[in-house]
Design a protein around this ligand. Structure first.
Ligand SMILES: Nc1ncnc2c1ncn2[C@@H]1O[C@H](COP(=O)(O)OP(=O)(O)OP(=O)(O)O)[C@@H](O)[C@H]1O
Length: 271
């Protein structure tokens, strides 16, 4: 047992798994005087599934929002694959990234939010084809073929011609998952994707995500309160406290034999 809260350099995977896909180097984020992320070092190799846990306000969602470029760090660099998300190279120097560069790198990242954020005026099929056609420049027939495959994957083929308002929350969230995957991102970010759902709809969405985690090679960063789900699909669970990783390891280790008192306290409250 220990209350060691020294920040840990968190590395998930090795070069044998493939390339580094997400890398935070000494990333800090502050809101006014409040330090939300404190010099975070984190590396995730290709294909790994990482669940971020920790008390409310510990900085988990901030990490996902930084990756979506919805926020910018105050210090440090973030890389996705070979490219910096936060910076770009100009004349051999690293300078803060411009909007065009950010947009390019962000194409490798998909995100599913707590709220489904579907386009209410578009049917299911078009919700999924819209970004591949308009952002990636895929032709309509190819985008539709891709969308049909994904609707099969999330079990919604029979709802292809419906509007979001004609679907349950769980079905809408499965459309949102298909929509994110339609961009063929290398990294999928999941931010409490079942928190807004009625309890009876949660299992269906988690089953779809389990299936995706087990049958694709996509890298996942997940914020969830569903600890059984985290146990099933994670290669690594990272415990955050006050914007730092205080402990990380396999789900077996973190859930069964946490070393840090704060991890133990947190888990005893949520398990
Ligand atoms: N735009 C913002 N302006 C000011 N403070 C913010 C902003 N976004 C987040 N914060 C603060 O940053 C802290 C970390 O937020 P974050 O959402 O990353 O935490 P979290 O670990 O995901 O928490 P939860 O489990 O409750 O979602 C919180 O104290 C939050 O109030």
């Amino acid at each position: 047992m220990s209350d060691d809260s020294t920040p840990k350099k968190a590395t998930v995977g090795t070069a044998e798994d493939g390339p580094e896909l997400v890398r935070f180097d000494r990333v800090s984020k502050r809101f006014g005087a409040h330090t939300v992320l404190d010099s975070l070092d984190m590396t995730v190799y290709s294909g790994k599934h990482v669940t971020l846990i920790g008390p409310s306000g510990s900085g988990k969602t901030t990490i996902l929002r930084l990756l979506m470029t919805l926020l910018k760090p105050d210090e440090g660099t973030i890389k996705v694959g070979d490219a910096y998300l936060t910076h770009e190279e100009k004349n051999g120097e690293l300078v803060p990234a411009g909007e065009k560069h950010c947009r390019e790198v962000r194409k490798n990242i998909g995100m599913v939010f707590q709220q489904f954020n579907l386009f209410p005026n578009m049917k299911v099929l078009r919700n999924i084809t819209e970004a591949p056609v308009h952002v990636l420049g895929l032709d309509k027939a190819a985008a539709e073929e891709r969308a049909r495959g994904l609707l099969d994957l999330v079990g919604l083929t029979q709802h292809i011609d419906k509007y979001p308002s004609q679907l349950s929350g769980g079905q809408q969230q499965r459309v949102a998952i298909a929509r994110a995957l339609a961009m063929r991102p290398q990294v999928l970010l999941l931010d409490e994707v079942t928190s807004a759902l009625d309890p009876e709809l949660v299992a269906g969405v988690l089953d779809v995500l389990r299936d995706i985690a087990h049958t694709t090679d996509i890298t996942m960063l997940i914020v969830t309160h569903e600890m059984n789900f985290a146990r099933d699909i994670s290669d690594c669970v990272m415990m955050f406290d006050q914007g730092r990783v205080i402990e990380f390891g396999t789900p077996e280790k973190i859930f069964s034999e946490p070393e840090n008192d704060r991890t133990r306290e947190f888990l005893s409250a949520v398990l």
